[in-house]
Ligand binder design. Structure first.
Ligand code: PLP
Length: 418
């Protein structure tokens, strides 16, 4: 690979998604080399106007009369994600609550659907909230957790997972893209193996949606959840999405019996009787403002096309890896993601004993990655608005920091959250 800056510029010139950069506030203006789109995506330029419309027209003037349009927003935005991003069918995705709460709802519903089975399986290296929800549900139900060991860099080995699956396993919780390393799971194969063992899988798509091809229908996925504030650019605290395969919906009942899941909600009936569709996984009043922001982000991703985004994300990752090999390896920085691009999501992780100091030095120089324990710098160049030349400049900055030792002046002990 040609590692000159001119080669990166040529990649940008040929990028079919290049124009999307102007659709994001700050991109190209704030001078930031923002490589944290997998934590919090940039704000679409259209978002303030979408929010202002809801505030000024629907809330300020329409008041309670606006509920006629608000009431369907969670499924309207869900359908947008289903068709434009997740490879699902209309009526299979709902935008509601946080990823943590959605995972809890689907996990309990799935465990109920597997009576007589008393084991929940998760990856020992999965995102904390996933492991905590699994542990909490297991404790509440008197179930056992099997945490499958996973390599911090290479992800979960499907063969190791298979050894944890037997007739006691009710539900498996896994991330499609590992939050630390970016390791990409084979969603279809794992779903099939779990199904053969009689278990359901709840996939966490937080680092996958909008970054890698997701095809829930083709992969035979039953249940999934994911964040909308990462590659979907829905904004801080944006509600999550949940997916339930249509054929399963009526058989599942979630544990939080709220009135937004109720049949004929405004009849104010005496007892909980959930609607047949995906809305039965809703709980309470939807966050209308936040949904308007998710809608803008989801439309942008759908417009760009997941396949094109995934191809660019992979190419950006290849550039990170090539530059890390050439420039950073001599300074003791190692790749901490799968080397095979087909096994990686859209972020790349580097390991260094000085990871925390390097992260601080980069942030002070206008390069924004994030730090992950124990010694990782995670680079998430979101394909919708990151240029190849941004990656080149960020990596050059990291190279220069390492060469000069500038990071050594920063505290070695982590003192704040990033
Ligand atoms: C894999 C994964 N799941 C879940 C979450 C967060 O869940 P919540 O939106 O409930 O905070 C994150 C946040 O980074 C994540 O990376």
């Amino acid at each position: 690979m040609d590692l000159t800056r001119a080669a990166a510029e040529a990649l940008d010139a040929a990028d079919p998604l290049a124009a999307f950069r102007d659709r994001f506030a700050g991109a190209g203006e704030d001078g930031l080399l923002y490589l944290d789109g997998n934590s919090l995506g940039r704000m679409p330029v259209e978002t303030p106007a979408a929010l202002a419309r809801v505030v000024e027209e629907e809330w300020a003037r329409g008041l309670v009369r606006s509920w006629s349009s608000w009431v369907g927003a969670a499924t309207r935005v869900g359908d947008l994600l289903a068709e434009g991003v997740l490879g699902a069918r209309p009526g299979e995705v709902l935008v509601a609550d946080s990823t943590t709460v959605d995972l809890y709802k689907l996990l309990v519903a799935a465990a109920d659907a597997r009576p007589g089975r008393d084991v929940l399986v998760c990856s020992a290296d999965d995102f904390p909230t996933d492991r905590y929800v699994v542990a909490g549900v297991a404790q509440a139900r008197g179930m056992t957790v099997r945490e499958v060991p996973a390599d911090a860099d290479e992800g979960l080995d499907p063969a190791v997972l298979a050894t944890a699956l037997d007739e006691r396993v009710a539900v498996v919780v896994l991330s499609a893209v590992a939050y630390r390393s970016g390791a990409l799971a084979d969603v279809a194969a794992v779903t099939r193996t779990a199904r053969e063992a009689g278990a359901l899988v709840v996939w966490d798509l937080s680092h996958a949606a909008g970054a890698v091809p997701v095809d829930l229908a083709a992969d035979g996925v039953d249940l999934a959840v994911g964040c909308t504030y990462k590659y979907l650019n829905g904004g801080p605290g944006a509600p999550a999405f949940l997916y339930v395969r249509r054929e399963l919906q009526e058989r599942l009942r979630q544990p939080i019996w709220g009135w937004f899941g109720q049949r004929d909600q405004f009849a104010m009936g005496p007892a909980y009787d959930p609607v047949p569709g995906v809305e039965r996984f809703a709980v309470g009043t939807p966050p209308v403002l936040a949904l308007a922001a998710v809608e803008v982000g989801a439309r942008l991703v759908a417009e760009a096309g997941v396949d094109r985004l995934a191809a660019k994300g992979r190419a950006l990752g290849e550039l990170v890896v090539a530059l890390a090999d050439a420039w950073l390896a001599p300074h003791g920085v190692a790749l901490a993601s799968p080397r095979d691009p087909a096994r990686r999501g859209a972020h790349v992780t580097l390991a260094s004993p000085s990871a925390w100091q390097l992260t601080q030095a980069l942030v002070d120089r206008g390069v924004v990655p994030d730090f992950r324990t124990p010694d990782r710098v995670r680079l998430g160049p979101a394909p919708l608005y990151t240029r190849f030349v941004d990656v080149w400049d960020a990596m050059a900055c990291l190279r220069d920091v390492l060469a000069s030792g500038a990071h050594e002046g920063y505290p070695a002990e982590r003192s704040r959250v990033t």
